[in-house]
Write a protein that binds this ligand. Structure first.
Ligand code: FAD
Ligand code: NAI
Length: 475
């Protein structure tokens, strides 16, 4: 006998569990199915984000940043520390406990919102009268029927062809987040978001880190003035970043990995490392979903094809998050999850894709929203730019962290803010004001006229807005 639901959500990452909660809030009878297992084989809802993504990476970034501060920056504050040692096992255990708190938090939220959670793999069986039959394969097998289905099955790390992840020597994000010791030499392929965050963690802990990047430009999608500033800082910290690289044969030995590569000048090179992290992007995950059984359409990348409102080709089947088009970000998945739940309830859910912020949690942090200067130039849009360096910000000086700047781009005629790009301390928090400003279609003049607390890093945002009109007060 099957169990009946208004909505079955497949996947309990940020896209899925948030969709489930919002649907339950709107009065629907909701089931959520997720197959992620913790080390003991129990449920671990939260998806990539909670288990091997956003949360554990930020835990390790925090621990390694404390270590770096103690080693290199406490002295300038007059704090003498000696014999600073890193207990990697303890750091990783702390990270695991942070992950568990988040897993438990989601299980609690399911209970609170009366969502029925099923631990196992969810797969389409067939369309039935008024919905779809979903089989859950877990400790037991269950057959569920949902009037509407939300697919939120996320993404998985993309391997290099011919070099599968063994998570011992060749690591995806998963292995990169649970190394038991600091490798002497660490190689990374791809200097995108994961390459820079994971490279930073292990460099701070003492690894000699080399990143091989195919593109000739560093962080090509980021405003290039900001990317250049960040590149300078990373190189100064000791990250070796090789751009314009072609990766050749990869030989995995018993104790290390040898990578043949060609540099931007076409010269043959080799890199011998103890561990190699491959961070060249992620692929949408529909493995085991049995999409064919119901004719659910995928695109050429293997992502579920959806319209701008996350509707698939099948009536009553929606998809959100990494498994559909758009940036692979937890907050984008969540926004889509909320919007889909509201649409299922007959409301007008909405996601503003122009104001989705990006953050790279390195030191300095990099954060942006809206368009870059190179995008505006390519589009032929007339704009004015204003920037303000943290070097001239009192709070940044007091913190002892004056790297970087805030840069604002505004329409030359209407002054509407078109993009804000930050590299520097707490960029991840500062960007929120800029997202709000853009969501309300504020002008740079609006930000320039708002009182910002002194001394605060946010004054750099106000000053960047003043700089658009060439009237900074402190620079
Ligand atoms: P996922 O989080 O991938 O969740 C999908 C879930 O579905 C998983 O639990 C999976 O087990 C389950 N599932 C799949 N198929 C089935 C099935 N058939 N049946 C049952 N369950 C199934 N984003 C940010 O915004 N900020 C960050 O700081 C950030 N850091 C990251 C760091 C790393 C190292 C990585 C790898 C990613 C990071 N991301 C970050 C990206 C973020 O993790 C993803 O964008 C986000 O998790 C996508 O959410 P989702 O719900 O679409 O999918
Ligand atoms: P990415 O797309 O950010 O970066 C991949 C990099 O690898 C690119 O620079 C690309 O040019 C390079 N590359 C691709 N093929 C290559 C090859 N054969 N040789 C050398 N370089 C190659 O992907 P990444 O870092 O794997 O992260 C995946 C996604 O996860 C991100 O795009 C992001 O959506 C998400 N994420 C978000 C984070 C955040 O928000 N702070 C943190 C980590 C991941």
């Amino acid at each position: 006998m099957s169990q009946q639901f208004d909505v079955i959500v497949i996947g309990a990452g940020p896209g899925g569990y948030i969709a489930a909660i919002r649907a339950a809030q709107l009065g629907m009878r909701v089931a959520c199915v997720d197959e992620w297992k913790n080390a003991a084989g129990g449920p671990a809802p939260g998806g990539t984000c909670t288990n091997v993504g956003c949360i554990p990476s930020k835990a390790l970034l925090q621990s390694s940043e404390h270590f770096d501060q103690a080693n290199h920056h406490f002295a300038e504050h007059g704090i003498a520390v000696s014999d600073v040692r890193m207990d990697v096992a303890k750091m990783v255990a702390r990270k695991d406990s942070v992950v568990k708190q988040n897993n438990d938090g989601i299980l609690y939220l399911f209970k609170k919102n009366k969502i029925t959670f099923f631990h196992g793999r969810g797969a389409f069986v067939k369309a039935v009268d008024g919905g779809y039959e979903i089989k859950v394969s877990g400790a037991a097998e269950e057959i569920l029927v949902g009037k509407q289905i939300v697919v939120a099955t996320g993404s998985t790390a993309r391997p290099l062809p011919g070099t599968p992840f063994d998570e011992q020597l060749v690591l995806s994000n998963d292995g990169a987040l649970r190394m038991g010791t600091v490798p002497k030499k660490l190689g990374l392929i791809g200097s995108g978001v994961i390459g820079l965050e994971m490279g930073s963690v292990w460099r701070r802990l003492g690894a000699e880190v080399t990143i091989l990047e195919a593109l000739p430009e560093f962080l090509g999608a980021v405003d290039q003035q900001i990317a250049k500033e960040a590149h300078k800082a990373f190189v100064k910290q000791g990250l070796k970043i090789e751009l314009g690289v072609t990766v050749g044969a990869i030989k995995v030995g018993k104790k290390g990995v040898n990578v043949a590569w060609t540099n931007a000048k076409g010269e043959a090179q080799t890199l011998d490392v103890d561990k190699l992290i491959i961070s060249i992007g992620r692929s949408p995950n529909t493995v085991g979903l049995n999409a064919d059984a119901v004719g659910l359409k995928l695109d050429a990348r293997g992502a579920i094809e959806v319209d701008a409102e996350c509707r698939s080709n099948l009536s009553g089947v929606w998809a959100v998050g990494d498994v559909v088009h758009g940036p692979m970000l937890a907050h984008k998945a969540e926004e889509e999850g909320v919007a889909v739940a509201e649409r299922m309830a007959g409301q007008h859910g909405h996601v503003n894709f122009n104001t989705i912020p990006w953050v790279i949690y390195t030191n300095p942090e990099i954060a942006w929203v809206g368009q870059t200067e190179q995008q505006l130039k390519a589009a032929g849009r007339a704009y004015r730019a204003g920037s303000f360096p943290f070097l001239a910000n009192g709070r940044a000086r007091a913190l002892g962290d004056t790297t970087g700047m805030v840069k604002m781009l505004a329409d030359a005629t209407t002054d509407e803010i078109l993009g804000v790009h930050i590299v520097g301390p707490m960029a991840s928090e500062l960007i929120a004001e800029c997202v709000v400003a853009m969501a309300f279609r504020a002008s740079s003049e609006d930000i320039a006229r708002i009182c910002h607390a002194h001394p605060s890093l946010s004054e750099a945002t106000k000053e960047a807005a003043l700089a658009v009109d060439k009237r900074t007060l402190n620079f």
